[in-house]
Every structure is written in structure tokens, then in C-alpha cells.
Design a protein around this ligand. Structure first.
Ligand code: NAP
Length: 307
């Protein structure tokens, strides 16, 4: 039986692993679908303290991983299929069928990109519809593309995509951005980005051709419909937490974010850290901070149990 089982390997999971490993708890980290988490699909991270000139997301995660490994963290590839929590002996089943048992579990499974849910959009995912500019931007060199969203992710994606093409249309459903001022300003002043305010995507065109050819848009203020020709559609409309395997066992809000009080869930010995329990801040540094808190909570719990 594991003393500490950590689910997820983003900043929350790896910081929890670092603290647990340094406390001689020999943690096991289950990597998850995307080892390293969301930062592995981002470019430059400018707001993680300690890096004056910024650092590339994948490099930051590689450093965190090696740092936790240095003190004895073990890693296992796999994703969580199901969990059965019972104080003293929690069970986590992986997609391989293997079942792991642990006295404490730290859930740091993060969040994933949201899509609009349009039928045409769903049919064209991977055929021009994507949520990762870093992964797919280079496929659209000198092609017209569009980004949907008004938050920091949308700004970041749009700015990054200007490296490849001079024709980026940013589509936002309101008339002001949610993004931070510094990011919004960069987008406002960029000559390769056109902004379509008060606009929603009604349909992604190209289902018959099996590749994105354009968008049917609607101006929500005037009700006017229009079409634009594009080759790539980058969704940046936020995220949803990866908590499906824990539904029914842990208290959550209506979206699926786990209710955690100083990382403690409603089940003894089960902790939540990072984006799975944070719908508000969702930063790498806050995720790392809550990973540290979860590790300290788990350590204290194990002490009280004499484990
Ligand atoms: P977000 O801040 O939640 O923004 C999501 C955006 O998508 C909003 O503008 C929202 O519109 C729009 N949206 C949501 N659902 C939609 C729908 N169904 N149709 C059309 N538009 C929709 O998410 P995010 O941009 O992914 O950022 C998440 C967190 O990460 C934030 O805290 C952000 O600051 C942080 N982040 C920081 C950086 C950085 O500092 N470099 C980079 C990326 C992300 P409304 O505005 O109308 O709600």
C-alpha cells in the first residue's frame, strides 16, 4: 500500500511530490493523459517567480519533475478510471485495469480545454479545430485562422499565432476582454490580429470537405449573420476540471470543481490541489502552492495515524 498516491503531474502534483518526497514518504505520481499538465502545451511563462527572463512551459515542467525525482518520487504512466475512497485504504483504478491502494491520495488531475459543443465543431476536431496553438500553430503558416475567447488564453493563443500568419481573427462574445490589461493591450495594438466583438460562432464550415473552410458567425447585438473563410479554429474559452472519476464520492460544485478546505476534501486522507479545486485563480504558481499545502496536510494526517 502506498503512503501517498498523487494523481496528476502538473505544477500541483509535482510540488506535492517534491514535498512528500523530501518528507521521506516515497510518493507515487500517476502521470495522467498529459504528463506535465497544461503548461506543456503553452509557450513562454512570464509570471512564474524565479525566472527573470521567463521560461518555456515544457522546460519548467521538466525541471519540476526532475526536482521531485531527485528526492525519490516515482512516476507511473496511466490515467485514473475510477476511485473508491474509504478512510485508511483508498483505492484508485487505472485505465490499464491495475488497482492501487493508498493511505492518502492527492488529486491534482487539473482541467482541460472547453469546446463550444456545436456538432460541426465536434466533427472537425483535429481537422482544423483545435485548442492548442503551440501544438498546431505551425500547420497554418500564412493561412487565415480564428481564435475564440476573450480571456488570457485567447490573447496568448492569438499573439502566438501571429508568428505563423498575418491573418488572425479573434472572436469574442462581448465588447470587452476578460483578459489582463497587459495581454489585452498587446492584442489591441497588433497589426496581424482583427477583433470581432459581440460575435459568436454558429457553425464551423467544412464538414463535407472534412476540413475547416470557414465560420458562420452571428453578431449578438445586431443579429446580423456573416461568414468568414479560415483554415484553422483555435478554441480558447476556458477549461473544465478533470474530476469525472470522483463524482459521487467527493463534494463538488455544479461544474465539477472539488470542494476543498485547505486542500482537504470531505473524505479523510483525500486532498485536492491545483485546478481541480480552483475555479478562480488557476495559475501555475497557485497550483504549486496548493500542491505544497496538500503534501503538508497528507504528511500531518499520516503522522496522526502513525503511518
Ligand atoms: P477564462 O479567463 O475563463 O476566459 C474564457 C473566455 O472564453 C472568456 O472571455 C469567456 O467569455 C469566453 N467563453 C467562455 N465560454 C464561451 C462560450 N461558450 N462561447 C464563447 N466564448 C466563451 O479562461 P482562460 O483564458 O483559459 O484563462 C484561465 C485562467 O488562466 C485565468 O485566470 C487566466 O488569467 C489564466 N491565464 C493566464 C495567462 C498568463 O498570465 N499568461 C495565460 C493563460 C491563462 P466572457 O468573457 O464573456 O465570459
Amino acid at each position: 500500500m502506498e503512503k501517498v498516491l498523487i494523481l496528476g503531474s502538473g505544477p500541483a502534483g509535482l510540488t506535492a511530490a517534491l514535498y512528500c518526497a523530501r518528507a521521506n514518504l516515497n510518493p507515487l505520481v500517476i502521470d495522467g493523459l498529459e504528463p506535465g499538465g497544461q503548461l506543456t502545451t503553452t509557450t513562454e511563462v512570464e509570471n512564474y517567480p524565479g525566472f527573470v527572463d521567463g521560461i518555456m512551459g515544457p522546460e519548467l515542467m521538466d525541471i519540476m519533475r526532475r526536482q521531485a525525482e531527485r528526492f525519490g518520487t516515482r512516476y507511473q504512466f496511466g490515467t485514473v478510471a475510477a476511485a473508491r475512497f474509504a478512510p485508511g485504504r483508498h483505492e484508485v483504478e487505472l485505465d490499464s485495469g491495475e488497482t492501487l491502494q493508498a493511505t492518502t491520495v492527492i488529486i491534482a488531475t487539473g482541467a482541460r480545454a472547453k469546446y463550444l459543443g456545436l456538432e460541426s465543431e465536434q466533427k472537425l476536431i483535429g481537422r482544423g479545430v483545435t485548442s492548442c496553438a503551440t501544438c498546431d500553430g505551425a500547420f497554418y503558416r500564412d493561412q487565415p485562422i480564428a481564435v475564440v475567447g476573450g480571456g488570457d488564453s485567447a490573447m496568448e493563443e492569438a499573439l502566438f499565432l501571429t508568428r505563423f500568419t498575418p491573418d488572425v481573427t479573434l472572436i469574442h462574445r462581448r465588447d470587452e476582454f476578460r483578459a489582463s490589461k497587459i495581454m489585452s493591450d498587446r492584442v489591441h495594438h497588433h497589426d496581424r490580429i482583427k477583433i470581432r466583438w459581440n460575435t459568436v460562432v454558429e457553425e464551423v464550415l467544412g464538414v463535407e470537405q472534412n476540413e475547416v473552410t470557414g465560420l458562420k458567425l452571428k453578431d449578438v447585438k445586431t443579429g446580423e449573420h456573416s461568414e468568414i473563410a479560415i483554415k484553422g479554429l483555435f478554441m480558447a474559452i476556458g477549461h473544465e476540471p478533470n474530476t469525472a472519476p470522483f463524482k459521487g464520492q467527493l463534494d463538488m460544485d455544479e461544474v465539477g470543481y472539488i470542494h476543498a478546505n485547505q486542500t482537504r476534501t470531505n473524505v479523510e486522507g483525500v486532498y485536492a490541489a491545483g485546478d481541480v479545486q480552483d475555479a478562480v485563480y488557476r495559475q501555475a504558481i497557485t497550483a504549486a502552492g496548493s500542491g505544497c499545502m496538500a503534501a503538508l496536510e497528507a504528511e500531518r494526517y499520516l503522522e496522526t495515524k502513525g503511518a
